[in-house]
Write a protein that binds this ligand. Structure first.
Ligand code: GLY
Length: 528
């Protein structure tokens, strides 16, 4: 039998129960929770559209802020299905997976597109997320095909992947800082069955970008044009920024994110240093409310448009940088900056309003696609996606408090050699494993406590996404569902799942297997 409690009853229980710890909700958690609700509200009617190969890309810049649509060939088109995969990770009971899959399929015809570097954004973002959430082998094949298409734009004389233009252009070889995002596809494919050449080419591209796009002070150029025959730099300039010597906010954010990803795959200090330099410059030049203007050097500031999408991209990149950072002080700086940026764009006037009618059809307001062409103060497909990605990545950030003491652990069943205690012994090398849908693992906090997060790490959690529910109970008999979703599939470390504050003695997860099998395997669980 399942029982749920009213808010008043929960409050009464919270007040009467002896509390091991009582801590106010993290304000950022509340904002993220609201963000998921707004995302579900905004994306539900769009996901229900019958034409699932016509994608929302940009909203108008007028008061209506209504989506405009494009086919799969637009660089922005893959972000909408990607956003639906994010929603599936946060709530696995509402059929977001079916909707995400239906919208992903139409992007597949871009896997053989060799005409642009943007196939990373277009195909890898939806298919990569889809693969993590489903393990669908056909998604992997599509990704590998796309990686080879992108790789065909590599030129050994330049040592980089061509961003814009035809590969037969023998005059100009154009590379934009944005391309640092797309090479993730090549790194990832090289570790998932693709050739090691993909890795070598992506690494070479990152070195060239580090040398030629990033200025000594850590700011960045948008466009570098090379000679395709000699590989020499012909010019450094901007297209979407204010001036050739200015720093376009989104380009700087793409760089932070891209060099962080490159460091994740290579482990090379030079890329960590570059991510740090770009991050430090970005953080050091933010305005008071932390949402950058579209270009850091527009003389019209503070009367210039923002680019909220740059804040969302940087928040997501800085979150990962904080987790990979080898210096503890820097890790704290980047974590705090990521939290601040995320909190800023999850607040008015940047986040869509909850309730009908909302003030936009998008999630995030005040993105800027191309200020020089009058495209600013609008919603964008990538702004919405990177905001959701940052909200999901926030699960990786350790809570501000120590875990509550666990006095006991039990499970519905356990594989021989992998008992329930394997999940509470502070040893990531041991685990609880049980096969089958509905197997549960329960921790006992010994007394009533106010629980606001549940940390769970899964065996091989960086290779498979687990589906599970979090439930709480005052007595171990009557259980209240608190959260039902998926692990990210991106880390074997802890992810900290936010639940509305619950006064409880027992916490359990109910497993529904993973993308690999019907086994449930938890290396550690703790309540906060
Ligand atoms: N990659 C294109 C843009 O950021 O506008």
């Amino acid at each position: 039998m399942q029982m749920s409690f009213s808010r008043a009853a929960l409050l009464a229980m919270a007040l009467s129960a002896p509390l091991a710890h009582a801590q106010a909700e993290d304000p950022l958690d509340l904002k993220i929770r609201n963000g998921w609700a707004v995302a579900a509200q905004q994306d539900t009617p769009i996901a229900a559209r019958s034409n699932k190969a016509s994608y929302p890309i940009l909203t108008g810049t007028d008061a209506a802020q209504a989506w405009q649509y494009a086919g799969s060939g637009n660089w922005i088109s893959g972000f909408f299905p990607s956003s639906l995969w994010m929603l599936q990770a946060q709530n696995a009971t509402q059929g977001w997976d079916t909707r995400a899959a239906a919208w992903t399929t139409g992007m597949g015809n871009q896997s053989t597109n060799t005409g642009t570097h943007d196939v990373g954004f277009m195909v890898f973002t939806p298919y990569g997320n889809g693969y993590r959430m489903t393990g669908n082998a056909s998604y992997l094949q599509t990704i590998l095909t796309t990686a080879n298409s992108l790789s065909s734009r590599y030129d050994p004389d330049v040592g980089a992947v061509r961003s814009w233009g035809s590969i037969s252009d023998t005059t100009n070889f154009q590379v934009i800082i944005d391309n640092m995002m797309n090479i993730e596809l090549m790194f990832w494919a090289s570790t998932h069955g693709g050739s090691s050449t993909l890795y070598d080419r992506a690494r070479s591209h990152a070195i060239k970008t580090m040398q030629n796009h990033v200025r000594p002070d850590g700011s960045s150029y948008h466009l570098v044009v090379y000679s395709p025959t000699t590989g020499a730099v012909k010019s450094r300039s901007t297209v979407q920024g204010y001036s050739d010597s200015s720093t376009w906010a989104r380009g700087q954010a793409w760089g932070i994110y891209g060099f962080t990803t490159t460091y994740r795959f290579t482990g090379e200090q030079q890329f960590l240093d570059t991510a740090r330099r770009m991050a430090d410059w970005f953080i050091g030049h933010l305005p008071a409310d932390k949402v950058p203007f579209w270009d850091f050097n527009d003389p019209a500031i503070p009367n210039a448009p923002r680019d909220s999408s740059a804040a969302a991209i940087a928040a997501s990149g800085l979150m990962e940088l904080s987790l990979l950072e080898t210096d503890a002080t820097r890790a704290t700086t980047y974590r705090n900056a990521a939290r601040t940026l995320l909190g800023a764009v999850l607040s008015p006037p940047y986040l869509a309003t909850l309730g009908s009618p909302s003030n936009t059809q998008a999630l995030l307001l005040q993105s800027s696609y191309h200020k020089n062409e009058g495209l600013y103060n609008q919603g964008t497909g990538w702004g919405d996606y990177y905001l959701l990605e940052a909200m999901l990545r926030a699960r990786r950030l350790p809570p501000g408090s120590a875990p509550l003491a666990t006095v006991g652990v039990t499970a519905s069943s356990a594989q021989a050699g992998n008992p329930a205690t394997g999940a509470t012994d502070n040893n990531a090398a041991t685990r609880w494993s049980a096969q089958g849908d509905g197997q549960w693992l329960r921790i006992d906090l010994g007394a009533g406590a106010l629980v606001h997060k549940v940390g769970v790490s899964f065996y091989l959690g960086d290779q498979r996404s687990a589906r599970f529910d979090i439930e709480t109970s005052p007595d171990g008999l009557a259980w209240t569902p608190r959260w039902q979703g998926r692990s990210s599939g991106q880390t074997a470390g802890m992810e900290y799942y936010d639940i509305p504050d619950a006064s409880t003695r027992y916490v359990r997860i109910v497993g529904h297997g993973s993308t690999a099998s019907d086994w449930n395997s938890v290396t550690e669980i703790a309540a906060y």
